[in-house]
Ligand binder design. Structure first.
Ligand code: HEM
Length: 486
C-alpha cells in the first residue's frame, strides 16, 4: 500500500496512443499532414499528449494554457531546439539562429538580429525597396490584365526579391538558384523524415541519400553566400569610411558588427552566412505564403474582398497609389492579415523545442531531452476559444485586442516566449503592402468560370505550409486611367 501510494503521487507521463515496437506512433502520422493528424489524436488523448516517433520521445501541446506553460512559464527549460539532420548540415557549426540550441552564442546572435537587423528603424529603412519591388509586381500584373496568371509564383518572387534586396542591397546574379536551394532546404528541415525519427541509425542517412543530398545543397549555398560576403567586403573597403547606416544592407551591417561591434564572441564569416541563410529561410516563404492564403480566402469570401477593396481604395484614392505611410489606416486589411495567420499560420507546429531538464507540465512528468511540438494551428482553430472557429471572418479582430505578439496564447502564429519570431516587424509590411496593392489596382476572377466554392484550399507539406496547388487568377484593372508606368 505504501509503495502504490508514493508512486501515485509521482506525476506520470502524459497520456498517448498505444505504441508499436520500433515505430512507436509513426503509423498514426501517416495519411494526412502532421498538424491535422496531431489535432485528431489530441481530440482523443488531450491537450498534452505523449507520442513515440521512432526513437524520439515527443510531447504535443494543443491548448493555449499548456502552450503558455511551455513557451513562457518554463521558457528556459524549453528554449532548446533539437537538432535535425538538415539543421546540423546547414547550421554552420550550430550558429544558425533558427535551429541552434539555446546558449550564450545563440543569445549574441539573437541580440544582433533583434537590435541590428530586424529593428523597427532598420525595417523602416527598407521602405523604399519594398515600395519599388511591389510596384514592379503591379506593373508586371497589369501587362497580363484579363489573362490567367500564376499569382503564387509572382508573390513568392516578390517576397524573395524584397528580402534579397534588404539582405544584399541588390538583386543577386545567383538569386534564382539561391531561392530554389533555400526552398529545398526548408522542405527537408520539416523534421518528419525517417533520418530525423531514428537519429542514432546513421546508416539511414546513407541509404536514403539524405546526407549527400543535403551536403550538395549546402555546398552550393555556401559558394553563393561566400561570394556575396566577399563582394560586400571588397565594395565596402573601396568606399572610404564604409556606407552610411541608412543605406546599409544586412550583409553590410553584419560586416560592420564583425569589425567594430563590442562582442562577447567573434563573429566569423560562417556566422554571417548562417544569419543570412536564416533571413531567407525564416523570412521569405512565411510572408509570401501568408499573402497567398489571404488572397485565396478573399476569393472564397467575396464580401470580405469587397470590403477590403473599398477600404484600400478609399484610403489611397487621393494619392492614386498605395504607399507605406497609409498602411496603418487599413484596419480591415490588418484584420485580414490576422485572420489569415489564425487559419493558416505559416509554421503550424512552430519550431520544435526540447526540454533541457526534467519538468512537470500540467501535472504530468516531462523527462529531459523530450521533443516538444506546439500545435499552434490546432489551438487557433479550437472552438473552445473561437466562435465559428473554421470560418474566415476578419471582423472578429476589428473590435478585439487579441494580437499575435505572444501574449494571447490562443493565437501564436509567431510563437511566444524567448524564442518568439524576431522578424514580426519586418514581416507585417511585407505582407500588407503587397496585399493592399493587389486589392487597390485589380479586381480578381477565377479562371475557366470556376466558382468561389470550387477553389481548393489544400495544403502542402513542409516547415512552412503553403498552398499545394498554385493560385491561378485573372486580374482585371480597376483604375483604367492609371498607366502603372509601363
Ligand atoms: C508571416 C511571417 C512569419 C511568420 C508566421 C513567422 C513565424 C515564426 C515562428 C513560428 C517562429 C518560431 C517561434 C517559436 O518557436 O516560438 C519563427 C522564428 C524565427 N523567425 Fe519568423 N516568421 C515570419 C517572418 C519572419 C521574418 C520576415 C524573419 C526575418 C527576416 C523571421 C526570422 C525568424 C528567425 C531568425 C527565427 C528564429 C528565432 C530564434 O530561434 O530565436 N521570421 N518565426
Amino acid at each position: 500500500v505504501k509503495k502504490s501510494k508514493s508512486s501515485s503521487s509521482v506525476p506520470k507521463l502524459p497520456p498517448g496512443p498505444w505504441k508499436l515496437p520500433i515505430i512507436g506512433n509513426i503509423h498514426q502520422l501517416v495519411g494526412s499532414l502532421p498538424h491535422h493528424n496531431l489535432r485528431k489524436l489530441a481530440g482523443t488523448y488531450g491537450p498534452l499528449m505523449h507520442l513515440q516517433l521512432g526513437q524520439v520521445s515527443t510531447m504535443v501541446v494543443s491548448s493555449p494554457e499548456i502552450a503558455k506553460e511551455v513557451l513562457k512559464d518554463h521558457d528556459i527549460v524549453f528554449a532548446q531546439r533539437p537538432f535535425l539532420l538538415a539543421s546540423q548540415i546547414f547550421s554552420y557549426g550550430s550558429t544558425n539562429i533558427v535551429f541552434s540550441p539555446y546558449g550564450d552564442y545563440w543569445r549574441q546572435m539573437r541580440k544582433i538580429c533583434v537590435m541590428e537587423l530586424l529593428s523597427a528603424r532598420r525595417v523602416q529603412s527598407f521602405q523604399g525597396i519594398r515600395e519599388e519591388e511591389v510596384l514592379n509586381l503591379v506593373k508586371s500584373i497589369s501587362k497580363d490584365t484579363g489573362l490567367s496568371i500564376n499569382l503564387s509564383k509572382k508573390i513568392s518572387s516578390l517576397t524573395y526579391g524584397m528580402v534579397a534586396r534588404a539582405a544584399f542591397g541588390k538583386r543577386n546574379k545567383d538569386q534564382e538558384e539561391f531561392i530554389s536551394l533555400v526552398e529545398e532546404a526548408t522542405f527537408l528541415a520539416a523534421g518528419f523524415s525517417i533520418v530525423d525519427l531514428y537519429p542514432s541509425v546513421k546508416v539511414l542517412e546513407v541509404i536514403t541519400g539524405m546526407r549527400s543530398r543535403l551536403e550538395k545543397l549546402r555546398n552550393r549555398l555556401d559558394k553563393i553566400l561566400e561570394s556575396i560576403v566577399n563582394e560586400h567586403r571588397d565594395g565596402n573597403s573601396s568606399t572610404e569610411g564604409g556606407k552610411s547606416r541608412e543605406t546599409e544592407d544586412l550583409v553590410d551591417v553584419l560586416l560592420r558588427v564583425q569589425k567594430h561591434g563590442d562582442l562577447e564572441f567573434a563573429l566569423t564569416d560562417d556566422n554571417i552566412k548562417a544569419v543570412i541563410l536564416d533571413m531567407f529561410s525564416a523570412g521569405s516563404e512565411t510572408s509570401s505564403t501568408t499573402v497567398e492564403w489571404a488572397m485565396s480566402e478573399l476569393i472564397k469570401n467575396p464580401q470580405a474582398m469587397r470590403r477590403a477593396q473599398a477600404e484600400v481604395r478609399n484610403v489611397f484614392s487621393k494619392k492614386g497609389n498605395v504607399d507605406s505611410s497609409g498602411l496603418h489606416e487599413l484596419h480591415y486589411l490588418n484584420s485580414i492579415t490576422k485572420e489569415t495567420l489564425r487559419l493558416h499560420p505559416s509554421a503550424p507546429l512552430l519550431v520544435p523545442r526540447e526540454s533541457s531538464e526534467p519538468c512537470v507540465i500540467n501535472g504530468h512528468f516531462v523527462p529531459a531531452k523530450t521533443k516538444v511540438i506546439v500545435n499552434a494551428w490546432a489551438i487557433a482553430r479550437d472552438p473552445k476559444h473561437w466562435n465559428e472557429a473554421e470560418r474566415f471572418y476578419p471582423e472578429r479582430f476589428l473590435e478585439s485586442r487579441i494580437d499575435f505578439k505572444g501574449n494571447d496564447f490562443q493565437f501564436i502564429p509567431f510563437g511566444a516566449g524567448r524564442r518568439i519570431c524576431p522578424g514580426m516587424i519586418f514581416a507585417v509590411p511585407n505582407i500588407e503592402l503587397p496585399l493592399a496593392q493587389l486589392l487597390y489596382h485589380f479586381d480578381w476572377n477565377l479562371p475557366n468560370g470556376m466558382k468561389e466554392e470550387e477553389l481548393d484550399m489544400e495544403e502542402s507539406f513542409g516547415v512552412t505550409v503553403r498552398r499545394k496547388n498554385d493560385l491561378i487568377l485573372i486580374p482585371i484593372r480597376y483604375h483604367e486611367s492609371l498607366s502603372y508606368g509601363n
